[in-house]
Write a protein of this length. Sequence first.
Length: 93
Amino acid sequence: MSQAKQTDLNRRALLRHGGLLLAVVGAAAVIPAQADDDMLSKATVHYQSMPHGAQHCSDCAYFIPGNDAAAVGNCRLVAGVIDPNGWCERFSS
Ligand code: SF4
């Protein structure tokens, strides 16, 4: 086999494997979105719409704020709308 033909085959193999790598990376990017579907229910974490002592959702590491400090937001763990003054047993500062 000539050197030029071998180089062409190597280039094609590299492109093929590069495409496979991109497919794997693309699939990995989709996995976190699927994990969001496995959110905990408010009942499971004993969510309440009022603070628990000094702890409240707006100070929690999992809270995703709404448009302003008083607006309802979301949570990275718990499904549904979350009150910034709420709390659940998964609270983390
Ligand atoms: S984990 Fe619990 S306390 Fe923290 S933001 Fe979510 S619902 Fe609120």
